[in-house]
Design a protein around this ligand. Structure first.
Ligand code: GUN
Length: 292
């Protein structure tokens, strides 16, 4: 069984970015890339993720700024986004999700300048991704999964990939990316979701299972074909008396049993999570090159 170690691959990607930036910035480049993250809630998980993103930026030489706000209405956030769109010193804008319920998600995501949309959530980028346009910003988690599989030479071409979860952030874009007629893609993709009745049968037919639901132990060993590849995107905090903090993070997959059966599997934590952050850095570098 091969462990698909996202930490190792993300570190390699980050080192490359760091090297590239130190080369760029020793030349004529007047300033480093800049990412601005908008944090609109005091949700501890969002705060944690934004801190990790900021830390990663710092490590590779990308400057970053976190704007913490508590928008009373959508308009407030739209005005803030307008000012960041116009600010020539800002390359990438990231709006940490979820937003507060009273804020209109679609209006907010559409307000970000598509050229600064490092999360790839703007409909222009979603549309370009749909068409397989390499100039698009691709969403970080699906892109990270693709890069991780490529690094470990897991070719999805002609394989049956079952994606469990149809979110706009992971399931839908990943399906779109892996089914493209392009190198490293050409998979046959099935997307399952909460209304799928025969999940076990569908998963048993998969060469690659990607689970992105956020439900511990959703994927059990009796749902996995021997030798399959399993990518676990789920991340849930569960109580654990054996740890100092009193909790631990688990994925969607019953790791202990499933890892006995598969040819490769991602751990949680240390699998997809670090890859998401590495791809955010890559997208920020891409937006930097677009703006200079
Ligand atoms: N919330 C959960 N995943 C993500 C992500 O990839 N980007 C942003 N901005 N928010 C998220």
């Amino acid at each position: 069984m091969k462990l698909l170690d996202g930490k190792i691959v993300a570190d390699l990607v980050q080192k490359e970015i760091q090297k590239e930036l130190s080369r760029e910035l020793s030349g004529m480049q007047p300033r480093p890339p800049c990412l601005v993250a908008l944090l609109t809630t005091d949700d501890p998980a969002s705060l944690h993720y934004v801190k990790r993103k900021v830390h990663a930026c710092h490590e590779v030489g990308i400057t970053s700024r976190v704007i913490q706000c508590n928008p009373k209405e959508t308009k407030e956030l739209l005005e803030l986004i307008d000012s960041l769109n116009e600010d020539v010193s800002v390359d990438g804008i990231l709006i940490q999700l979820p937003l507060p319920l009273h804020v209109n998600l679609s209006q907010v995501l559409q307000r970000v300048d598509p050229r600064k949309d490092v999360d790839g959530f703007h409909p222009i980028n979603v549309g370009k991704m749909f068409l397989g346009d390499p100039d698009a910003f691709y969403p970080c988690t699906p892109l990270g999964i693709k890069v991780l599989l490529e690094y470990y030479k897991i070719d999805v071409s002609t394989k049956h990939v079952v994606i469990v979860g149809r979110s706009n952030i992971v399931g839908k874009p990943l399906a779109c990316m892996l089914m493209q007629n392009a190198p490293g893609c050409n998979a046959t993709v099935t997307v399952a979701h909460r209304h799928t009745t025969n999940l076990q049968e569908i998963c048993l037919a998969a060469d690659v299972i990607v689970s992105a639901v956020g439900k511990p132990n959703l994927i059990t060993a009796d749902m996995v074909k021997p030798g399959a590849v399993v990518v676990d995107v789920g991340i849930t905090k569960v109580a654990d008396a054996n740890t100092k903090s009193g909790f631990k993070l688990v994925g969607d997959v019953d790791y202990r049993a499933v890892s006995q059966k598969v040819s490769a599997i991602t751990p949680v934590p240390g699998g997809v999570g670090p890859m998401t952050i590495a791809m955010l850095l890559k997208n920020t570098l891409k937006s930097f090159y677009l703006h200079r």
